[in-house]
Design a protein around this ligand. Structure first.
Ligand SMILES: [Zn+2]
Length: 351
């Protein structure tokens, strides 16, 4: 990894938007807290990784071995935990499966179309981002777990079901192949998707933990209730027996205090069993792997239209594309009034 790759990987890891604006020239959109950490009073940090380029761009910061910024970044990156990049372990270019046409017919429904023809196919390198979040679930008990979220770098789609497949592969530490890399979604968007999915996963986990301790909580609540019910009924009995106004007033105060105390105790117990979640990014793994881009031609009545799908050699499946309108995966292919392939739901919304 060279300086530029290291620095861009670091900022991307921080969820920062990084744009390569020229040869050895990178713009970093700094959030306020990072700008403060590195003592920059600018929102866009322009970094040059080449001496000449730095000279030609007067506003840029030259990053080289031994430079102040690189030292600070390295120290910050080491504090973050691990960042790993792994690669598909085979050098051979994968081919589409022999049963491709059968698979297309089985897994997709091209509405009112003839069976699609595969015109050509090509192999690209894709990247998956695995964000490992350290989650701390805190209630009367503390549970600490690593929750991984796997996001497709091209679609921004969460695909945690593929995580298990990567555990069966011994990945390579470097590229053994030469496939063109496919452009992906901006890293900030990928990170945002991962965080959204984490919210959902961690919420479910917290609910499960809360449900697991509900019996405990209810026993504690019942015990507390019994205690106060007794105290209150004793006080009321005493009140009914006394004629002394001062004593009666004191007992009334005791009763009010007991009622307040009961509400406070109940709130305490409920809060103690409510699970709060704290999460932070603990590690990031980039999985580089091939995908086969399938260029199809589909015939609808007397017209044809092109359609692109991706075959994933990792799970041996053709990925459903994302609808250009609602961004949801779809397998039933229709076309909008402009002729763009999309999901049937979006057609019924704007007929
Ligand atoms: Zn749609």
């Amino acid at each position: 990894m060279n300086n530029r790759e290291f620095v861009t990987a670091y900022f991307r890891r921080m969820g920062v938007v990084v744009e390569e604006t020229g040869f050895e020239l990178v713009d970093v959109l700094l959030p306020a807290e990072l700008a403060a950490q590195f003592e920059f009073n600018t929102e866009v940090l322009r970094l040059a990784f080449d001496y000449e380029v730095a000279q030609e761009n007067p506003g840029s910061v030259f990053v080289t071995y031994g430079s102040h910024l690189l030292d600070r970044l390295t120290r910050a990156a080491l504090k973050l935990g691990r960042f790993v990049e792994v690669f598909w372990p085979e050098a051979d270019t994968p081919h589409p499966p022999v049963r491709l046409e059968r698979m297309l017919a089985d897994e997709f429904d091209f509405v009112k179309c003839r069976a699609p023809m595969v015109e050509r196919w090509l192999v690209h390198e894709h990247v998956y981002y695995r964000f490992d979040f350290r989650c701390v679930f805190q209630s009367y008990d503390k549970v600490e777990e690593i929750t991984p979220v796997l996001v497709d770098g091209r679609t921004g789609w969460v695909q945690n079901e593929l995580l298990a497949l990567w555990t069966h592969i011994i990945p390579a530490g470097e590229r053994l192949y030469h496939w063109p890399r496919l452009d992906g979604r901006p890293p900030a968007e990928i990170y945002h998707q991962a965080c959204r999915h984490l919210d959902h996963l961690a919420g479910e986990r917290a609910d499960a933990l809360e449900a697991g301790s509900a019996a405990h909580r209810d026993r504690e609540l019942a015990k507390m209730e019994r205690y106060f019910a007794e105290t209150i009924s004793t006080t009321m009995r005493r009140m009914s027996k006394t004629e002394d106004a001062t004593r009666r007033q004191r007992l009334e105060q005791q009763l009010a205090a007991a009622k307040t105390d009961r509400r406070r105790r109940e709130k305490d117990i409920r809060e103690r069993y409510t699970v709060s979640i704290q999460a932070g990014l603990d590690g990031l793994v980039l999985y580089h792997q091939p995908k086969i881009e399938l260029h199809l031609r589909v015939q609808q009545r007397n017209k044809t239209f092109p359609f692109i799908l991706y075959y994933n050699p990792l799970d041996g499946r053709i990925e459903p594309p994302l609808c250009p309108h609602c961004r949801r995966p779809f397998r039933r292919v229709t076309r909008d009034p402009d002729g763009t392939p999309c999901c049937p739901e979006c057609i019924s919304l704007n007929p």
